[in-house]
Design a protein around this ligand. Structure first.
Ligand SMILES: *[C@@H]1O[C@H](CO)[C@@H](O)[C@H](O)[C@H]1NC(C)=O
Ligand SMILES: *[C@@H]1O[C@H](CO)[C@@H](O)[C@H](O)[C@H]1NC(C)=O
Ligand SMILES: *[C@@H]1O[C@H](CO)[C@@H](O)[C@H](O)[C@H]1NC(C)=O
Ligand SMILES: *[C@@H]1O[C@H](CO)[C@@H](O)[C@H](O)[C@H]1NC(C)=O
Ligand SMILES: *[C@@H]1O[C@H](CO)[C@@H](O)[C@H](O)[C@H]1NC(C)=O
Ligand SMILES: *[C@@H]1O[C@H](CO)[C@@H](O)[C@H](O)[C@H]1NC(C)=O
Length: 460
């Protein structure tokens, strides 16, 4: 028999995930800038209904809870870091708070009874004991309290089949019970906006419990969620078949009766016959948002979406900070903007953000202190620099519009400064307005033409 350190209990799902997407601020800051003062005001992407963000995205506010893909950290409490002596049983490099900060919105873990107290233990408390459940839940509660526009999901594997009342005590102790969401029906889930407004922002699934009227927010997982298989050791082994619960039927039947789908997407490797551990060797491929290669996270999500004809609700991954896990959830949710994540630099390399591929700058170069009122000489010099650059430019009475890549445009303006300095002008001050947009390609000429078209209508 195969002994899997990672998933004897992976049956247990635990967390919910989240989505990332752009905080509103960057979204509106990225709205198009007009290139000339005459250009019509451009429609900004920000409008009043987008003033709220839910799980980091305005797009998700009006979507129902069960129509969103939440990226989740599998065995989120079991770390391969200094705190565990880099235990090979660990499934994550970074902890659950880091995961939430990075945009994951689902946390899964296993719970055992250790001498009468609920502990987060991996397979057994002798192997990896991450401490009492209520302490960990208190850390999650801290995050939930300070993130008022986020809905998260927890998925706890009740390995020792403890009574739901034991879990309720830990949830109360931590404060999380205050945020517990109680579904009114299995099929009708509210929008994130409504859950946020009601302050019921934590959905908690637990395996092997009976629901209880004294803690109605603790939900028996397999009444609501079905899962794909979880003991995968082969890159070709991921599929979208319903593995549990056995009574859910096919995926079509499961969706028909209101189940949400959970994709287990983590790979083990066999280190000796019968002993498997979480695979870090292939982690970049396994957690890639690509859809091209067997084993890619993006491909697995896409396949399940297609086969199920439903968006997967939950995805569990190991070592979530490797690959593009949050991006994969964004793709599944149809969120395509550049994504800004909380505070975890591990997910986005800010140093390597590219500048816009195209932009327009309307600039007016002003030599200061030449003692002459006319600037024709300097303007002619600037025009020579622009001509030599090969960029498209248009001179008008109050300045010049130049188009090209961000680097090229900024470089030519810098060269214009230098050329005027070389003429003996010691101080040059330019005013500039610069615009870039990613939704469509529009040249400065197009923009002027648009204004002319509008004006020509006025005279008719
Ligand atoms: C994660 O680590 C940070 C920094 O050590 C700590 O403040 C936080 O409480 C930890 N979160 C969890 C869930 O363990
Ligand atoms: C539980 O009891 C066993 C046996 O007495 C002991 O070895 C272990 O350290 C205890 N666990 C905790 C978390 O106190
Ligand atoms: C769980 O505990 C409650 C209250 O202590 C009790 O009424 C119930 O019968 C217990 N359920 C099980 C399955 O043991
Ligand atoms: C919000 O709370 C009200 C009052 O308790 C309840 O009627 C409504 O169903 C709740 N909505 C959601 C989305 O939970
Ligand atoms: C999906 O994977 C499981 C576990 O490996 C396997 O039993 C099942 O047959 C696979 N389903 C399909 C359709 O291949
Ligand atoms: C993802 O796809 C790109 C483009 O095909 C490729 O260059 C890259 O190596 C792939 N990465 C992984 C991890 O599969």
């Amino acid at each position: 028999m195969r002994f899997s350190l990672s998933h004897v209990l992976a049956g247990a799902l635990m967390g919910i995930a989240g989505v990332s997407a752009i905080p509103q601020q960057p979204t509106s800051a990225a709205s198009p800038t007009s290139v000339s003062s005459a250009s019509p005001s451009q429609t900004s992407s920000s409008s009043s209904d987008q003033s709220q963000v839910c799980n980091n995205s305005p797009v998700l506010c009006d979507r129902h809870y069960n129509d969103i893909t939440y990226m989740g950290a599998h065995d989120s409490a079991f770390l391969r870091d200094a705190s565990t002596g880099n235990s090979i049983a660990g499934n994550q490099f970074l902890n659950a708070t880091d995961a939430l900060d990075a945009g994951l919105r689902l946390l899964q873990a296993q719970v055992h009874n250790e001498n009468g107290t609920l502990h987060l233990c991996h397979t057994s408390c002798g192997l990896l004991d991450a401490g009492p459940l209520d302490n960990w839940l208190a850390d999650i509660n801290d995050w939930v309290v300070s993130h008022t526009s986020d809905v998260i999901t927890l998925l706890l594997v009740n390995s020792d089949e403890e009574n739901v009342s034991e879990f309720a005590a830990a949830f109360q102790q931590s404060g999380l019970s205050n945020f517990g969401f109680v579904p009114q029906s299995k099929t009708e889930w509210p929008s994130l906006r409504d859950m946020i407004a009601n302050k019921t922002r934590v959905v908690s699934f637990i395996t092997n419990i009976d629901s209880s009227s004294s803690s109605p927010y603790l939900l028996p997982e397999f009444d609501y969620v079905f899962e794909t298989p979880f003991t995968v050791v082969d890159l070709n082994g991921f599929n979208c078949t319903v593995d549990r619960p056995s009574n859910a039927g096919t995926a079509a039947q499961a969706f028909g009766s209101g189940f949400m789908g959970l994709i287990n997407h983590f790979k083990d490797q066999e280190i000796t016959a019968g002993l498997t551990i979480p695979d870090t060797d292939n982690i970049v491929l396994v957690n890639s948002d690509n859809t091209t290669t067997a084993g890619n996270l993006g491909l697995h999500i896409q396949q399940c979406n297609t086969q199920w004809n439903h968006r997967p609700s939950f995805v569990l991954v190991d070592f979530w900070d490797q690959g593009e896990t949050v991006k994969a959830a964004d793709n599944s949710n149809g969120i395509n903007q550049v994504t800004a994540f909380g505070t975890t630099a591990a997910v986005m390399d800010y140093a390597s953000i590219p500048t816009p591929a195209t932009c327009y700058a309307d600039f007016c170069l002003i030599p200061v202190g030449t003692g002459s009122v006319s600037v024709a000489e300097e303007v002619a010099q600037v025009q020579r620099v622009l001509k030599a650059s090969g960029l498209k430019y248009t001179m008008h009475s109050a300045g010049t519009t130049v188009e090209g890549s961000w680097e090229d445009v900024m470089t030519v303006i810098g060269k214009a400064h230098s050329a005027v300095h070389e003429k003996g002008v010691v101080r040059v001050q330019s005013s500039m307005r610069v615009g870039s947009r990613t939704d469509k390609k529009q040249t400065a000429e197009d923009k002027v033409k648009r204004v002319q078209d509008l004006l020509s209508k006025d005279t008719k």
